[in-house]
Design a protein around this ligand. Sequence first.
Ligand code: G6P
Length: 367
Amino acid sequence: SLAEKGNYRHFMAKEIHEQPEVIARTLSHYIDVGSGTLRDGAVPIDFSQIRRLSIAACGTAYYAGLVSRYWFERLARLPVDLDVASEYRYRAQAFPADELALFISQSGETADTLAGLRAAKAGGQQLATVVNVPTSTMAREADIVLPTLAGPEIGVASTKAFTCQLATLACLAVKAGIDRGTLSPLDAEGFLSALVELPRLVAEAVTLEHSIERVAKLVAPASSALFLGRGTSFAVAMEGALKLKELSYIHAEAYAAGELKHGPIALVDEELPVIVIAPFDDLFAKTVSNMQEVHARGGRIIAVTDARGAHAIGDTAEELIVLPDVPAFVAPVVATIPLQLLAYHAAIINGTDVDQPRNLAKSVTVE
Ligand code: G6P
């Protein structure tokens, strides 16, 4: 049966608001909330036997992979190779032994990702997939299936599938850290308990919708927008820019904040909204100095931060979106929510087709 919109105006709105529930459902597949440990067998991978992880995906799923690279490296010291599937499939890959090839996909049918999976199979690699549709081709063809339990996603622009991919990949990174001996049981417990808090924190982020509607009025008339972030916030910035361009047709690009001086700073003027993802983490001070560079040139800063960060940013930003203070590990999931809402409301203001943006398809099954 077809999924219903309920009381929502668009599937996208419904899917944004569903996130606390579907993230909780996805996490409880991997974590036994009672004991705060990973469920036996939920991640059937022994990461101590893996020398390198290669990740390939398209679109939003690729940005989930980009976030996870920081997690796998930090928690498990596991080298990660990451590429968009349309490049991955055409590279002359070495396919080393002891490498696990991981493909991330909502639909499990994207042509380029599927071709990547088949190339890795031909290269003799072990195949895993993080996938939302359990009956999909990728789910059938992979050796290891790591489900996201987001339920059917109808809006063309991915929202709940993305945050459920992050929840799943975070559990994988913890498992990798345990297997590789880089996380003590106490550390692992700390990371898992941060994850268990996610549904509540995401629900809090969704309540910011009203203040984000105000920010959307500032962004919607712009012809271009810049998103900046460092570390996992860089990956979140990439996803935020993708959402904005897909939905509102505003040209948007994301840069690693440190690259600002190597090009995009030339674009800064009084017209350019600059959305900076700046949670109060160990990279915060660096990101604030980038904000000051933008501010000094008249750029209009919208800072997505938390209570501790807001205090330090002060009036460098024209608008502050203040998220709850959360552990750095889960911050990318929480920071994604206001960017989804921003793109949604900018699209409403600009009168675009939210659930069916022009020229886009939910699942791209041709090359
Ligand atoms: C299309 C959709 C995106 C999606 C991408 C990858 O471009 O419009 O929302 O992220 O495909 O799709 P997949 O199903 O493989 O995650």
